[in-house]
Design a binder for this molecule. Sequence first.
Ligand code: SF4
Ligand code: SF4
Length: 267
Amino acid sequence: MNSTAAALPEALRGKRQLGDGEAFRFGCHPGVPCFNRCCADVNIMLTPLDVLRLARRLGLSTGEFLARHTLAPITKDLHLPVVMLRMGDDEARRCPFVGERGCTVYDDRPWACRMYPLGMALPPARAGADPEPVWVLFEDEFCHGREEASEWTVARWRADQKVEEREELETGFRDIVAHPWFIGGRQLDPKRIELFHTACYDLDAFRRFVLESSFLRRFEVEEGLVHELESSDEALLRFAFRWLRFALFAEPTLKVREPHSAPRRTP
Ligand code: SF4
Ligand code: SF4
């Protein structure tokens, strides 16, 4: 086993890895005999953007969405908590969002659903090197999409599935998960793990933390940004990653306010 293979998560080991420009065949549409077969009994890890978009789509707060629709498995191999989509309680364990005609949350479906049959792993952080994603192809027996004629590369599939427009926020998250701080197996303490979970996944709670606690008295926040944090989920998530880089890894991404200086809050 080579070192890249050894670094892949269990679920991706042994899968065909796809290099830049390498093609695969795939097509998915209501005419395939397996239509909706993949939307049951499946482990779908949610990114912070997935949680946010699905919560807004369903008209739920992020806290309500997390409580109703996710699981947070405890795994000793993981250095940070993950959030998984909770499948239904029926025998087939169908995804709560699958309907007769396919995915009922299609425009806001999770990153993992968009990218299937591709999966991605980030190798462990190395000093001085940005982690290069490793792409693998799922070749599940049940999936007849592999028999379709359309040919794709990773880049073309990503463009087709509209993941590129989400890329900045997805990368902001990956940069924290694969941060060089973790080199050598360093572990965050429970308080910082909780900070990570709130800032990444429970964005409504993070908004309250920023706007309703002593946060703005303690940190310099640029003029105009406070208003943006009140009204824009994307701006808040971007700020959450900035805050985490400060709070978890002691990066100078935020400045502590001088004592007695007034908070800069726009009207
Ligand atoms: S979110 Fe949509 S695409 Fe993903 S498993 Fe559920 S129904 Fe299928
Ligand atoms: S199993 Fe494959 S081809 Fe069938 S619906 Fe799912 S992704 Fe599409």
